[in-house]
Write a protein of this length. Structure first.
Length: 148
């Protein structure tokens, strides 16, 4: 990622903030519409939606900036998620893609091709990192229910 790519991603976040948009509501509405059985996994949706949305966006921006804290956070979150039973990788992928889509919708006219490309590149990087963390946890602490 170049400094210009990061600047485009940050500009989209500024646009979302200036619009007064809180993307978590629409993001979780979309996620629960796609995965209605997953709602039961969330004891307090309000708290979880804040944290998951913030973490997902922060991790993608952190990856774009080459931040070293992203990998430890991803590994911790992947391990913590094991407590909720087997989470299909497709749900991780869908949530990340939906987060990018909601950023785009909330950014409106400020959502440029550069923004979209930057966020999508980091979404792909985060998905790869999640797969790596899952594989490493499975190798270290095997859990047949989360092997897939």
């Amino acid at each position: 990622m170049t400094a210009e790519d990061v600047a485009a991603m940050e500009a989209s976040l500024v646009a979302v903030a200036e619009a007064g948009a809180d993307i978590r509501h629409a993001l979780f509405d979309r996620f629960f519409a796609a995965y209605p059985d997953r709602r039961a996994s969330f004891m307090i949706v309000d708290a979880s939606s804040r944290r998951m949305t913030d973490e997902t966006v922060a991790m993608m921006l952190g990856l774009a900036k080459g931040e070293s804290w992203v990998w430890p956070l991803v590994t911790e979150l992947v391990h913590t998620h094991r407590a909720y039973g087997p989470l299909p990788i497709g749900e991780y992928d869908a949530f990340i893609d939906m987060a990018v889509a909601q950023l785009g919708a909330a950014a409106g006219a400020a959502w440029t091709t550069e923004c979209e490309d930057g966020w999508n590149a980091q979404a792909a990087a985060l998905k790869t990192m999640i797969r790596q963390a899952r594989a490493e946890w499975q190798a270290t602490l095997p859990d047949p229910a989360t092997a897939a």
